[in-house]
Design a protein around this ligand. Structure first.
Ligand code: NAD
Length: 354
């Protein structure tokens, strides 16, 4: 298969590219290389014959259409997006532009391309849209979960823009017949994660002996999935998911933010003890909460498990240990980011202090 991956220089996109290349697919990675895009994450596959990178913006419909024709694309897996909730509070415009307008442009390019394929190629083609559990809003602190029928109720500019893009993708299927599949996934973590997100931020702050910021009382709950488990799920859905359907993906690993930060401290205490012999937990500090902070997310993953036979391979404990070991061994990847693009400053607080 010739697979066009958008956003393949990002955290999940690069894990997906690495996985697809390993299983023998041909990958054309299209990425605009925003602050979050990093070709260093693709070092292990960049010289492989079945991998190519194209620097392009998903808003450029003509360039994308031309690329699809030139590369005889069989599948599009769409991950390119602005993804950080805190940045969507500080500056929502880019989220509307990339996540909504960009998805619209990509759908239009895909539809035009798909319409001129042979019947056999049309049957094979799929547009897989990658989305988030945040489109469903939040859950109370009980044992309820989101399933594929849960009504959309996004809370942040980020989740609202992703919800809008999900609706566009469904509409392009229902109205124009474009063969689509969709997935909504819970919080990912793992190697090559840009250090503005909770787990790598806390980990690298700890190594730098900086405060470990926890929003509010740290009681907000997220379901965590190891990124390589997500990549395996995406490859499966793109090839075997039923056209027109969406699939919820999650790790069934619910943890409060405070429990996540404490777990990182505890692993680091043995993996890389502080010079002063104290616990990294002493660096934890509580900061003003994120405006509109969703309380809890949790996924019902029955559909993907029963229909496609997917299950996560990593528990939160095994995945977190591997992640921490990776950051300890790969300073070459994260040090330039900490010293340049993003040193760990608090984002998304404007509304909270106004
Ligand atoms: P990321 O921020 O790490 O990467 C996004 C990538 O998209 C970057 O490489 C960036 O350069 C690229 N990009 C941004 N705008 C672009 C444009 N206009 N044209 C081309 N490329 C552009 O994101 P991520 O965490 O890897 O998330 C990938 C996808 O998965 C997103 O759609 C996100 O909504 C979804 N998702 C993420 C999570 C998570 O926990 N990170 C969970 C569920 C779903």
């Amino acid at each position: 298969m010739n697979i066009l991956v958008t956003g393949g220089a990002g955290f999940i996109g690069s894990a997906l590219c690495r996985h697809l290349v390993e299983i023998g697919e041909t990958v054309i990675n299209v990425d605009k290389l925003t602050y979050a895009g990093n070709l260093a994450s693709l070092r292990s596959v960049e010289t492989r014959a079945n991998y190519r990178f194209v620097n392009a913006d998903i808003c450029n419909e003509a360039a994308l259409g031309e690329l699809m024709r030139r590369e005889s694309i069989d599948r599009v897996i769409h991950l390119a997006a602005e993804t950080h909730v805190d940045r969507s509070i500080d500056g929502p415009a880019q989220f509307i532009e990339t996540n909504i307008v960009g998805t619209f442009r990509l759908l239009q390019a895909s539809l035009k391309y798909w319409r001129q394929l042979s019947e056999a190629a049309q049957r094979q083609f799929r547009f897989h849209h990658v989305s988030t559990d945040e489109v469903f809003g939040d859950l109370p602190f009980d044992d309820s979960t989101f399933n594929e029928q849960t009504p959309y109720a996004p809370s942040s500019p980020y989740s609202a823009s992703k919800a809008a893009s999900d609706h566009l993708v469904r509409a392009w299927h229902h109205t124009f017949g474009l063969p689509i599949v969709m997935s909504n996934c819970s919080n990912n973590y793992g190697p090559y994660h840009f250090p503005e997100k909770l787990i790598p931020l806390v980990l690298l702050n700890a190594l730098d002996e900086k405060p470990l910021p926890v929003y509010g009382a740290g009681m907000n709950v997220r379901d965590w999935l190891y990124v390589e488990d997500h990549a395996r799920a995406l490859a499966l859905i793109a090839s075997q998911g039923t056209i027109g359907e969406s699939y919820n993906i999650g790790g069934s690993c619910e943890r409060s933010n405070l429990a996540v930060v404490q777990a990182i401290c505890d692993i680091l205490d043995s993996a890389k003890p502080r010079r002063n012999q104290k616990s990294y937990r002493d660096l934890i500090c509580f900061v003003a909460d994120r405006p509109g902070h969703d309380r809890r997310y949790a996924m019902d993953t029955t559909k993907i498990e029963s229909e496609l036979g997917w299950k996560p391979q990593e528990s939160f404990e095994t995945g977190l240990s591997q992640t921490i070991a990776w950051y300890l061994d790969n300073e070459w990847w994260w040090r330039p980011i900490r010293d340049g693009a993003y040193a760990g400053a608090r984002l998304g607080r404007l509304a909270a202090v106004q």
